[in-house]
Write a protein that binds this ligand. Sequence first.
Ligand SMILES: Nc1nc2c(c(=O)[nH]1)N[C@H]1C(S)=C(S)[C@@H](COP(=O)(O)O)O[C@H]1N2
Ligand SMILES: [Mo]
Length: 339
Amino acid sequence: MLIKNRPSWFLNENESTPEAIYKQRREIVKKLGLAAAVTPFATQANAGLFDVFSPAKDETPYQDPRIALKGIDSKYSTQGLSLTPEDKVLTYNNFYEFGTSKGQPAELAKGFKTDPWTITIDGEVAKAVTLDMDDVMKSMQIEERIYRHRCVEAWSMNVPWLGFSLASLLKLVQPTSKAKYVAFETLYDPERIPGQSSYSVGGGIDYPYVEGLTIAEAMNPLTLMTVGLYGKTLAPQNGAPLRLIVPWKYGFKGIKSIVKIHLLEEQPPTTWNKLGPNEYGFYANVNPNVDHPRWSQASERFIGEGSIFSSRRQDTLMFNGYGEEVASLYKGLDLKRNY
Ligand SMILES: Nc1nc2c(c(=O)[nH]1)N[C@H]1C(S)=C(S)[C@@H](COP(=O)(O)O)O[C@H]1N2
Ligand SMILES: [Mo]
């Protein structure tokens, strides 16, 4: 469900630090004479309670920050698979900086300002640059690419993204011959991103979230710098204003809200690999034959129409169905070892 209006527990932007949220909750708990055994952050279960007793409601209607965006059709779009409904793409998210449970990022990222925004591209390049996101939007040819989106948690979607190839952006900076890898970094701003200052929201991950690709993966035409979905610019919970989509890899490679792109000679560290090196590799290519230690990757729950809990299962495809375009990148590489 896409919640159009702010829930009553959602604070004004200038108050929305984790401390402020926590203090407001504590105040309410005190007023009610309730025991303090209430979690500091609203969950779906207790939101109703606070709805009833919340003293001052913010009556300003919530303004959807997304704006209309068109893209030209792409030959790379998925054929013959229905789309995941927009409301599911907007609410069934992983963006741990805004909460570790599904539905939480859509709420906690509301009001997250992504304008102005700059992206720095530097390292092994002839021309390092800092680009204004507005200029990126004006200068890049936006395409619509319908891609399969497969999370390592064994669910999948089919999403009409809008974006441009990473290769077209990297050409601007002219990578040097030493540029063997590309590293990406999410914005680090604990004052605006609750999970970066609160363990209970962000799961205690070492932020900023970082990801990486080999230069060949980065230059593959499928690799998409994504700025929108479903005919609009990205919502904050989907990684506004700019995120990566690498459709043949597990979703965690698709780093959100990027501010830095650094080209380098050595393989860069990546967030999930640092957290669990035997569970999450650097490559993270979708592969039905290589199971995650805790679950099988042979099939996936496709998030479509109807309840998430009754999603149908479908077989997982090698390289998520993009083998024709990318299998040659991994010739001679042992994909069981290099998961
Ligand atoms: N910065 C950041 N990027 C992130 C994540 C995250 O927690 N933080 N989660 C990843 C995971 S696990 C997935 S599956 C996708 C989910 O993207 P979506 O919510 O737009 O579907 O984002 C990826 N990018
Ligand atoms: Mo994921």
